[in-house]
Ligand binder design. Structure first.
Ligand SMILES: C[S@@+](CC[C@H](N)C(=O)[O-])C[C@H]1O[C@@H](n2cnc3c(N)ncnc32)[C@H](O)[C@@H]1O
Length: 190
């Protein structure tokens, strides 16, 4: 008997499929090495409300969503409609426990409209805008929130104002972690 391919796959299968496609199409996903670090931070923090800036086609949202507990929510913002739609398809196929809300729009306009608070933020959109995303979301981040910022190695110059702020403002305890030829900045809101 020939069985039909299920409409949903495991999250790991979808992640692997996206990784493969990303290499061919040069898509800037966080990738498996830095992704492992992101997953570890999520497992430690056990967040209930995650805010992601920069969805692309859903790789990192799936990575986060497969680690967080049932009943938790991810709000993810993507400026390009086509990418946001593809992310929606990938997230449905990945069949993760978390509820994922994709908002299509410019994070600089969307973040101020968001209701409620967040206890984990992943920033991975336009590098020169990281500082603006953070300042706009800051009053929605509870004490102890982890702000995980990608590309703090290769784009450190473009993110200088962001890195100076999380390291020197006294509002965060921040550390840089090198991963391969790039790195991430992990900042805990004090
Ligand atoms: C590096 S990719 C995100 C990769 C994704 N986080 C992952 O690891 O799978 C950056 C994404 O941010 C989006 N972006 C850039 N500026 C944005 C903005 N102002 N608001 C929302 N999304 C934005 C881009 O369209 C792109 O899809």
């Amino acid at each position: 008997m020939i069985t039909e391919k299920p409409l949903t796959c495991s999250a790991n299968e979808i992640l692997w499929e996206i990784e493969r496609g990303a290499t061919i199409e040069f898509l800037p996903i966080i990738g498996s090495k830095k992704g492992k670090l992101l997953a570890e931070e999520i497992r430690k923090a056990k967040p209930k409300h995650v805010l992601e800036v920069g969805t692309l086609i859903g790789y990192s949202a799936i990575l986060i969503g497969k680690e967080i507990e049932e009943g938790s929510e991810i709000v993810t913002i993507e400026i390009h409609r086509e990418e946001a739609e593809k992310a929606g398809e990938n997230i449905v196929k990945a069949n993760i426990r978390a509820k994922v809300k994709i908002i299509t729009g410019d994070a600089l306009k969307v973040i101020p409209t968001l209701q409620g608070c967040f206890d984990f933020a992943f920033i991975d959109a336009e590098k020169t805008e990281y500082i603006q995303y953070l300042r706009l979301m800051e009053n929605k981040l509870i004490k102890g929130t982890i702000v995980f910022a990608d590309n703090a190695g290769i784009f450190a110059d473009q993110m200088k104002d962001y890195l100076d702020y999380v390291r020197d403002s006294g509002k965060y305890k921040s550390r840089y972690i090198q991963v391969g030829d790039d790195g991430v900045e992990i900042s805990v809101k004090l």
